[in-house]
Write a protein that binds this ligand. Structure first.
Ligand SMILES: [Zn+2]
Length: 459
């Protein structure tokens, strides 16, 4: 070994964490447990590879409810129970097909129906295409140019954004409201560029809404892969009269009964104060949803495993909630809040992990100024674990409904750069998960809960 390399290694070693305060000591125990003695990766393996996709109302969702309940029953909770919730049931049907007909050539492109969409006619539909990049552009074209055609939304997610979630927010209106808006101008269908920063061949599904338009005006809507969108756009430039054909046979069925899975540890000093930690058990149907949100589910469960390993007993009541139906209705989150209000519960804190199982960077906080200052002051304890980003922002969709005036809500904020490579697509599978990154996320969640539990929240 070269002397300077040896020296570098020695210096590197000196950066090992030597805890001094009580919090630093507990943090070290938390992260050591997370990285050396966790169950989250094997739970996720089972959820992803033995159960698979878990769209609300599906057999997979039901199996996931039973599996996580069973696991939680072995973990030393004071009680584990199910909360009934009626959820929408949408089914994709046969795999979709789509072609660009350009004069005599036929180009096959990958598409998938958007969640909640209606089917095309049985044999599919074919029409000319109008490409737009915004609702304003569509409005300017008006009914004259749009009636009887397929509207193709092709505004990409902004590659200049640092946070991939910002790029997502900037493009999502096209997917969520595109069909409803285009229907007003007489479009017969819409195709939207997948919410994905990279160019590939995977279509990304996701929720869409017809809002309050009459049922007779519903039109089929699908996502096309980013490569497919590029190809369609390019072909349109050379032949504005090309025809686009697609076929999908999805259906919205009657609502069905499902469940949130809840595990609770009573606080030994302030049992009336509740801290909620969770993720969502449902996923889209194209893959097993390992990042979205199998990761958040197993990380939330791991928090309790960590506390057990390090023998930490929370002062406040700790509740792990695996929410159902985040993807196409957030009915689980709403039901949880409804029951909480009816039972006059007092939530002081809620933490959700629903941004993928990537390396944790920090938290996105929804709270008053006093609490933001308080939590930000804990930064130095987190920094040795490379957790540095404490920002104000959206916490999580499932905890959005929790509205008590003093509650502090937080979202785990992992590195977002690769999330949309997988989000709602067929490659959101277990092999896309890194074990250590997943475990670090669980440790980071446990560390924040420990700090809230010890220090309380500012009123
Ligand atoms: Zn999610």
């Amino acid at each position: 070994m070269k002397t300077n390399l040896l020296l570098a290694l020695l210096l590197f070693n000196s950066a090992t964490i030597f805890p001094q305060t009580k919090d630093e000591t507990v943090f070290k125990e938390i992260y050591t447990s997370a990285l050396t003695n966790s169950k989250c990766y094997s739970w996720l393996d089972y959820l992803s590879n033995n159960i698979g996709s878990r769209l609300s109302g599906s057999a997979g969702a039901e199996k996931a409810v039973q599996y996580t309940k069973q696991q939680m029953e072995t973990m030393g909770f004071d009680k584990v129970y199910l909360q009934e919730v009626m959820v929408p049931k949408w089914v994709r049907g046969e795999k979709e097909t789509a072609y660009i007909h350009n004069n005599k050539t036929k180009i096959k492109v990958p598409i998938c129906a958007l969640g909640g969409s209606i089917a095309t006619p049985k044999n599919g539909l074919s029409a000319e295409v109008v490409e737009v990049h915004s609702f304003d552009e569509m409005k300017a074209l008006g009914t004259d140019k749009i009636k009887g055609k397929i509207v193709f939304y092709n505004r990409p997610m902004d590659n200049g954004a640092i946070e991939a979630f910002d790029a997502y927010s900037g493009a999502i209106d096209q997917r969520y409201m595109g069909a409803k808006e285009a229907s007003k101008y007489g479009a017969i269908a819409t195709i939207v560029r997948s919410m994905n920063l990279r160019l590939d061949d995977l279509p990304h599904t996701g929720a869409q809404s017809y809002g309050d338009i009459p049922k007779a005006q519903y039109i089929p809507t699908a996502a096309i892969s980013t490569n497919g969108a590029e190809s369609l756009s390019k072909t349109l430039k050379s032949n504005p009269n090309l025809k686009f054909y697609f076929k999908q046979s999805c259906q919205q069925l009657e609502d069905v009964l499902s469940y949130n899975v809840v595990g609770e540890i009573k606080g030994n000093a302030h049992p009336e104060n509740i801290m909620v930690v969770g993720g969502h058990l449902d996923s889209w149907d194209l893959a097993d949803g390992s990042h979205d949100d199998g990761a958040g589910v197993v990380q939330s469960m791991e928090v309790v495993n960590i506390f057990r390993n390090i023998k930490y007993k929370p002062k406040n009541t700790l509740r792990i909630v695996l929410f159902m139906n985040e993807e196409n209705g957030t009915r689980g989150g709403k039901k949880y809040e409804e029951l909480s209000l009816a039972n006059k519960e007092n939530h002081i804190f809620a933490l959700e992990s629903d941004s993928g199982g990537f390396t944790p960077r920090g938290f996105s906080l929804e709270c008053n100024e006093a609490n933001f200052t308080k939590i930000s002051s804990w930064k130095s304890v987190f920094e040795p674990y490379l957790i540095h980003s404490f920002v104000k922002g959206h916490s999580g969709s499932d905890i959005e409904a929790l509205t008590s005036p003093t509650i502090v809500k937080a979202g785990l904020k992992p590195d977002s750069q690769r999330y949309f490579d997988y989000h709602h697509a067929a490659n959101d599978t277990f092999d896309a998960i890194d074990k250590r990154e997943l475990e670090l996320g669980a440790g980071t969640m446990a560390a924040l809960i420990y700090m809230i539990d010890q220090n309380g929240i500012a009123k």
